[in-house]
Design a binder for this molecule. Structure first.
Ligand code: PSU
Ligand code: MN
Length: 301
């Protein structure tokens, strides 16, 4: 595994580091905007005084802290797969390239000693899961990986209620940032309530400490950070497009790891780019908050 020197140096002196996943870059956002977003997220994190570490696999080398050339490669090359935890050993053994999901990123970031990371929306239980059994490996990974993950809830293409139930079963702590309404990714409010709300990065840092004190630090802490209402996707448009996207996925027989990229891409097309703008706003906000949380953690350490 390769850890970028600037990341290793920051970790050694206890400075804040924020990991970023790369599946959202390679498979969740269209080109060429994806590369601009990937760079911008790193800039946002640096502006908050933290060191960004985008995670991916290049030529079989798991890398925490892609350099500029590697980031461009992951965002543009046709050979870049979508790697969850179980795919990592195969990609490494075969010398392949890949973008890492929330699950894959959390795993590699943890091994490098990076605790905080940012994404858009977590994976979870898909809407047809009763028949398809499609539940993201993100859930299992977060139950067993010691990370603080900042997200805008779970993707609204999913069964949000079922995902929250699974998070409860798996014992994964979830807090709303400035809200008790669980965010709905493109939507400010998924319609589901949370039990716990925090309002500052320091509170998040303190909860993470308490997890460690209680012997609960082996699992994740999910910080759900909603879009402000004036920045969300129009809820009526959202519901219309979602119904159509799910219909198309069924008609085309899309299954497995292709489901999420297909639905996101269909969304971006059918909303005339409005959902893409939302997705970009989500990841910008999450990157900033993750950096503030990492900074609060390192101040208290
Ligand atoms: N957030 C986004 N866009 C994305 C993802 C998250 O804004 O594309 C990715 C993450 O990498 C997450 C993955 O882990 O979608 C979930 O895929 P699946 O449902 O196949 O587990
Ligand atoms: Mn799946």
């Amino acid at each position: 595994m390769k850890i970028a020197p600037r990341v290793a140096e920051a970790l050694a002196r206890g400075a804040p580091v924020v990991a970023l996943e790369s599946t959202l870059i390679a498979h969740g956002l269209p080109r060429p905007a994806n590369l601009d977003v990937a760079r911008e997220l790193e800039t946002i994190i640096a502006a908050e005084g933290a060191v960004p570490a985008t995670v991916g696999v290049v030529g079989g080398v798991p890398t925490v802290g892609l350099d500029q050339a590697e980031l461009e490669f992951i965002a543009t090359a046709e050979t870049v797969g979508k790697l969850s935890v179980r795919d990592l050993p195969v990609a490494v053994a075969a010398g392949r390239d890949g973008a890492t999901t929330v699950a894959g990123t959390a795993h590699l970031a943890t091994r490098a000693g990076v605790e905080v990371f940012a994404t858009g929306g977590l994976g979870g239980v898909h809407r047809q899961a009763r028949d398809s059994w499609d539940e993201s490996a993100d859930l299992r990974a977060l139950s067993a990986t010691p990370v603080v993950v900042v997200c805008a809830g779970v993707k609204s293409i999913l069964d949000v209620g079922a995902t929250l139930e699974r998070l409860e079963t798996l014992g994964i702590t979830v807090v709303g940032y400035g809200t008790l309404a669980f965010p709905g990714f493109y939507l400010t409010d998924s319609g589901h309530r949370l039990d716990w709300r925090v309002d500052t990065p320091e509170e998040v840092a303190r909860i993470r400490e308490a997890q460690a004190e209680l012997g609960l630090a082996a699992g994740a802490l999910i910080v759900a950070n909603p879009l402000p209402p004036d920045q969300q996707l129009d809820p009526d448009l959202h519901d219309q497009v979602l119904a159509e996207a799910l219909r198309q996925a069924g008609a085309k027989g899309i299954v497995g790891k292709d489901v999420t990229p297909f639905l996101l891409d269909t969304f971006h097309g059918a909303t005339g780019g409005a959902s893409l703008e939302c997705n970009i706003r989500i990841v910008r906000r999450n990157a900033r908050l993750a950096a503030q949380i990492a900074a609060a953690r390192s101040r208290r350490a």
